[in-house]
Write a protein that binds this ligand. Structure first.
Ligand SMILES: [Zn+2]
Ligand SMILES: [Zn+2]
Length: 212
């Protein structure tokens, strides 16, 4: 029970996903699927132990005194990895749902109720991330400010996440994975090699066996 919308995955041998009541209240079923698939992504990519260690280092550094100061570069390196791990799990989530649903969940997390977020133009929103990239080459001072703002974050900005997931949703890698998932879930198997095949294949792509 927590009114703040949030979800996280923790643990090592006994991994658990926590979803706050605030998040369940706020999201529709598809968006909740996207959130849960994202968290399952952390499990399947084996991020959870590292996330737990990262949390430990990040919260423990203050109590270490001088040693804590020595841990600062490590903290930033961990946070950098942490932000990238979020993008990987947005990809996992989009395989189970779709890049559009993942973007919608992002919009809800950033903007709250549907009355506010339902008309957001995702492509326009993603353009904010391009503007944000331009700052990188827009003089040393802006670049320094941007680095200063992002280096302490554990998640990338939502606009960046939306741009990345929409872009990946158009890639051959995404379409291939979706296609493979379709064959995995079709229940149809090649009677020569036993691997999962798509219902619309004439030949098994693994062993060349004629399927129909
Ligand atoms: Zn995450
Ligand atoms: Zn086969």
């Amino acid at each position: 029970m927590n009114p703040i919308p949030n979800a996280w995955t923790f643990g090592d041998t006994r991994i658990y996903i926590t979803i706050t009541s605030g998040l369940v209240e706020m999201m529709d079923n598809e968006e909740l699927d996207a959130i849960i698939a994202h968290e399952c992504g952390h499990i399947i990519c084996r991020h959870v132990l590292y996330h737990s260690i990262a949390r430990y280092i990040l919260s423990g550094a203050d109590s270490l005194g001088v040693l804590g100061t020595l841990a600062v570069p490590i903290q930033y390196a961990i946070l950098y990895w942490y932000r990238k791990s979020e993008l990987s799990c947005d990809r996992c989530s989009s395989i189970i749902t779709s890049p559009e649903i993942v973007s919608r969940a992002m919009a809800r997390l950033a903007g709250g109720p549907k009355e506010l977020t339902k008309d957001i133009n995702m492509q326009e929103w993603a353009l904010q991330a391009d503007k944000y990239d331009e700052i990188r080459t827009d003089g040393l001072w802006n670049k320094t400010l941007q680095l200063y703002v992002t280096m302490g974050l554990d998640h990338p900005f939502n606009a960046v996440r939306v741009r990345e997931i929409l872009k990946w949703g158009e890639s051959a890698q995404y379409l291939n994975l979706k296609e493979n998932l379709k064959s995995e879930t079709s229940g149809k198997k090649c009677n020569n090699c036993g691997r999962s095949v798509s219902p619309d294949w004439t030949f098994c792509k693994y062993c060349g066996n004629k399927l129909r």
